[in-house]
Write a protein that binds this ligand. Structure first.
Ligand code: SF4
Length: 291
């Protein structure tokens, strides 16, 4: 709504070189998710304008049991509009979502099954737009390449001193109320758990980027990760998985050092091999590109 023609023109005139991210949750569903009749039409108009101006664009799309059937068609629509990239995100239990539709969250294994199916469907037809199935895989149809997100290293490239989460180390998140988060995925959830890592409006940003709880958390190296965690220590997938996401570990197990059950579902149900099998069937090349 704020991306009017004049706002976009101004961005272009000022030499904006960043990427705009826009949420679009599916054709015929966006209004329901956003609880705003007419929102879908508005957002598709904005997407058309951004594409026309040649500004780099990423569409974020929720995936849950309410909209799963319109995702494939929505990807086709966005591809036909010339959108360069879409990121599908499993809708997770933030407090706001839980109030409105939390029981429609897909369990991780269901989401991986869905993603594998959707990926196969997408690879079967000609497309240009890159698609990230967050925490699962990415497909790059123009080069016929794909990547597997939960595989951080292959065994022979394992680096014990690597950071647990490169993304959180590069990108601090701040909520509308100023709360500092290691990741936007934690929006609302940390407040609900009475956890605070500081507040931008109270302290500014500098202390959080120099010496802070946030910095300590996102600087944990892989080598100190599974010391208190037998499940990861004895897991055959540890050198590829690195124990998963620290925030999910905290949310599911109560400890930042615990295993991440969403990654356990991925590796222990053979999804790494299933994705490789799909890539082989289509003759696409696997690349080690992250999310
Ligand atoms: S998070 Fe699960 S799959 Fe990953 S290393 Fe730990 S136990 Fe293994």
């Amino acid at each position: 709504m704020y991306l009017t023609d004049s706002a976009l023109d101004r961005l272009r005139e000022e030499g904006f070189r960043g990427r705009i991210m826009i949420s679009f949750d599916g054709a015929g569903y966006h209004d329901t998710m956003r609880r705003h009749p007419g929102a879908e039409k508005i957002v598709l108009d904005v997407i058309r304008r951004v594409v026309r101006l040649g500004i780099d664009l990423l569409i974020n799309m929720n995936v849950n049991r309410q909209n799963r059937d319109c995702v494939a068609g929505s990807l086709d629509i966005l591809d036909s509009l010339g959108v360069p990239a879409v990121r599908l995100i499993r809708t997770v239990g933030t407090p706001r979502w839980e109030m409105n539709g939390g029981s429609d969250t897909m369990a991780p294994k269901k989401y991986y099954d869905f993603s594998l199916d959707c990926m196969k469907n997408y690879m079967s037809a000609p497309h240009r737009m890159d698609v990230q199935f967050r925490e699962f895989a990415s497909v790059y149809p123009q080069t016929h390449e794909y990547g597997i997100h939960p595989v951080i290293f292959e065994d022979d490239a394992f680096q014990p001193e690597a950071l647990s989460c490169g993304i959180a180390r590069r990108r601090i998140a701040v909520t509308a109320s100023g709360e500092i988060l290691p990741c936007m995925q934690a929006a609302g959830k940390m407040e609900e758990m009475h956890m605070s890592m500081g507040n931008y409006f109270r302290d500014g940003l500098k202390p959080h980027l120099t010496d802070s709880q946030y910095l300590d958390l996102v600087s944990i190296p892989v080598s100190s990760r599974h010391g208190d965690n037998d499940e990861c220590r004895t897991c055959p997938w540890f050198r590829q998985c690195l124990g998963g996401c620290r925030l999910q570990a905290k949310l599911y197990t109560g400890s930042f050092y615990g295993p991440d059950p969403t990654r356990c579902d991925f590796f222990k149900n053979g999804f790494r091999q299933k994705i490789i099998g799909l890539g082989d069937a289509f003759g696409w090349k696997r690349v080690l590109k992250g999310e």
